[in-house]
Write a protein that binds this ligand. Sequence first.
Ligand code: TXD
Length: 311
Amino acid sequence: MQKISIIGAGMTGATTALWLAERELADLVLVDVVEGMPQGKGLDMLETMPIIGRDVEIVGSNDYAATGDSDIIIITAGLPRKPGMSRDDLLSANADVVGKAATETLKYSPDAIYVVLTNPLDTMAYLTLKLNKLPRERVIGQAGVLDSARMRAFVAHEAGVSVENIQCYVLGGHGDEMVPLTRHSNVAGIALRDYLPADKLEAIVNRTRKGGGEIVNLLKSGSAYYAPSAAVAQMSEAILKDKHLILPCSAYMQGEYGLNDIFFGVPVMLGRGGMEKIIEYELDADEKVAFAKSAAAVKETHEALKKLVKI
Ligand code: TXD
């Protein structure tokens, strides 16, 4: 059986474990700093397996040694947003947590592929790549699957069409400047721009950009975790089953889209090698402007990180 370790057994981490167990994809390890909590959640889930008929080992631990020989390490440890906070406000609090999670796990799983979720997402993925000195194929950030799913849900609702018919591509940084591509997104092959009236589409684009904040404001404490964890489960399955599935994810740019040395949301191909390929769309003038604006915001957070951590 393959093995996935999830660092941070909070709302997102624990829910990720449940989605993964349901897929019977790998044995699972939950690691958290809180004593007893990952062990308790792990045991509760293990006791769920006979009911749902899945043969999966699940353990919780406070010790990184338990993660040894993982195929995938998922990092969800760290603080979530509170109402009024931006994702970037989490930078200093989460850089230490993610840095430690990244370096400690690599000691026990030198060949693992990293999927990072902790915010600020693109910059935490950058930190993982730089600290662990990994090839870029092995560090992927989760943002685009979630942001695109939010947009898909809103479009499905507005159009009265099955979510299965709706493809959306939300690219760029995982912040307020993210780029919902209305020309590439489509309803059963018809470009969204042609399918929905402009005002409805604009409202959907705006709601998508603020989709995370909408949930933070409703929850009052904590942030979204059902859709984010489903997103990372889909990415993990694509990797372990070597599906060559193209999904929007945050990847390290080396010249693609004219960008260098930043993590940025783009369509990537996921397979057993991790981030196997970046797909480059042809962008029109407006899309290029939106990409540049989003990239500038991500770059700024990367620079702020470099003032905090030597990488
Ligand atoms: O799309 C995305 N990328 C995201 C990102 C979607 C959902 C959540 N996203 C981010 O993940 C969120 O902004 C936070 O930065 C993290 C975790 O969010 P979650 O909602 O799961 O927060 P919780 O429930 O507070 O869980 C965090 C856990 C908690 O149990 C802490 O005890 C633990 O992280 N934690 C640690 N674990 C291990 N090691 C260390 N050092 C540590 N510090 C805290």
